[in-house]
Design a protein around this ligand. Sequence first.
Ligand SMILES: C[S@@+](CC[C@H](N)C(=O)[O-])C[C@H]1O[C@@H](n2cnc3c(N)ncnc32)[C@H](O)[C@@H]1O
Length: 264
Amino acid sequence: MTATAPPVRLAVVADPDDRPAWQRAERIADQLALPLVTGGDAVPGAFDLLLDVDADCIGLREANRPRSRPLVIDLVHMSRMFRPTAGGRDPLVRAVGPLRENRTVADATAGLLRDAFRLACRGYCVTALERSPVLAVMIEDALARAAAGGDRRVREALTRLSFLHGDACDHLARLADSQRPDVVYLDPMFPPRRHPALLKKDIRLCRLLAGDDTDADRLFMQARAVARRRVVVKRHPHVPPIAPDPSHRIHSKMIRYDVYVTSA
Ligand SMILES: C[S@@+](CC[C@H](N)C(=O)[O-])C[C@H]1O[C@@H](n2cnc3c(N)ncnc32)[C@H](O)[C@@H]1O
């Protein structure tokens, strides 16, 4: 949980009759300092979110929606949406800029790893950073599953993707000059909606875990100080830029990318 995240009652759930799953759940509950309960103990009202652990997969679900499918970060499924041939038209790629000049990207707000993995599929070398400990566990689970899986294209993309759990601001501030990325990419949480129940499940769960990213300005300042060529900020189309005068903007249907060129 982060300094900006709201308090959420969270538990790890596993089946005690499934030995490998239960042992894995014990390790994760220990690491996250969370209670470990059985499915029977996870009664509605006792917790807000449940981290479902089995031997080879971790999923997150809302405790009050027992029938809903857990949210699982599935890179093989994601890779089907990122066909290499469509790369040139991808607004995220247009915002990050040509691969030959903008090869290394620090994604300082990894979340569910979608944008980081999308960029890795498109050929960029990406370091993804996430500060929520629960999301970090889910990301590490997703990376391990994908690396062990049989999809060659996914495994090839993973050679360009590394993940670090921690605060991106601190990480960027510690980089030596030779380690500075060409691009820093930021996707802070969009402003809260009046009716959170109408948000898509992945966004709703991510917000419950990570909060509102109220310190995004500080991260932007650090990103601007470090990026060799540009900072890209994903925004809701109706909210103002995080800082005045982006160098240019890329508009797509539901989002806008504000690009701040940092190279001379
Ligand atoms: C909207 S989500 C990002 C979604 C992501 N782009 C994706 O494709 O799945 C924002 C995430 O940024 C993370 N975050 C915000 N500020 C951060 C920081 N300073 N360091 C690390 N992670 C941060 C939050 O914890 C949250 O998970």
